[in-house]
Ligand binder design. Structure first.
Ligand code: ZN
Length: 236
């Protein structure tokens, strides 16, 4: 877990994160908890979750969305088609958006930005299109700007994301195979111009071979720190 001024950032394994702002707003990035093999044992679930960010329609990102919807009744934010799908799974409060759009809920401002990936769900043998995949820019007053890239390859317009939103901290997938690996994640970090990277989407399955130390090696000589979190370090 890391503290950024008053905000805490807790990694729950794979690409799942729990953020808590100084004002107490709780944001879950990726509703994939109990069925996540990297989910920390003995994790103390929060009493409330206000906002859930969903990057794309794959089970390793939204696998527990229905359970989270039922337990917490949070506001789900994500791509229009993905939100429509989650509504059929019991998500009552949804904010369907599209790329480039910004929404403010409580003290949190979220912008959907481009990601290069795919987004569809197999539901009882039927493939459901979930819209374009997305990343998120997360802004809270007084905190560094966070960029969660979602699942993606590196792409040139990460420079544009950097130019427009000036994220200081980037959550970047490094596992390879389904996303960029440590070598291209290092390029992504430079493109977005952040000074800290939190590596995600690695170690969960054997094919996700990228490791933070490799990212660190690729960033040697650059003034970009790699913050390696441990899943489920207690919040307090
Ligand atoms: Zn994934």
């Amino acid at each position: 877990m890391q503290h950024f001024h008053g905000m805490t950032v807790e990694w729950l394994g794979h690409a799942t994160f729990l953020l808590k702002t100084a004002k107490g707003t709780t944001i879950l990035i990726d509703p994939w908890l109990e069925s996540n093999p990297a989910h920390p044992k003995n994790w103390r679930a929060p009493e409330k979750i206000d906002i859930v960010l969903c990057p794309h329609g794959h089970m390793d990102h939204i696998g527990d969305a229905a359970a989270v919807a039922k337990k917490y009744k949070p506001n789900f934010i994500g791509m229009y088609e993905l939100m429509s799908y989650l509504k059929t799974k019991g998500a009552e409060n949804i904010t369907p958006m599209n790329l480039g759009g910004t929404v403010t809920l409580k003290d949190v401002t979220v912008t959907l930005v481009e990601a290069r990936h795919s987004s569809s769900i197999d539901d009882n043998g039927q493939t459901i299109y979930c819209g374009e995949p997305a990343g998120f820019i997360i802004r809270v007053d007084g905190e560094p700007v966070l960029y969660d890239a979602g699942d993606t390859s590196v792409f040139g317009d990460m420079k544009l994301i950097g130019q427009i939103y000036k994220p200081q901290i980037a959550l970047l997938p490094i596992g390879d195979h389904f996303t960029m690996g440590p070598d291209t994640a290092a390029i992504a970090a430079e493109y977005v111009g952040c000074n800290k990277v939190i590596p995600t989407h690695y170690g969960t399955f054997p094919v996700l071979t990228g490791r933070p130390e490799q990212l660190r090696e690729h960033l040697r000589g650059k003034s970009i720190d790699v913050l390696e979190l441990k899943p489920g370090e207690p919040l307090y």
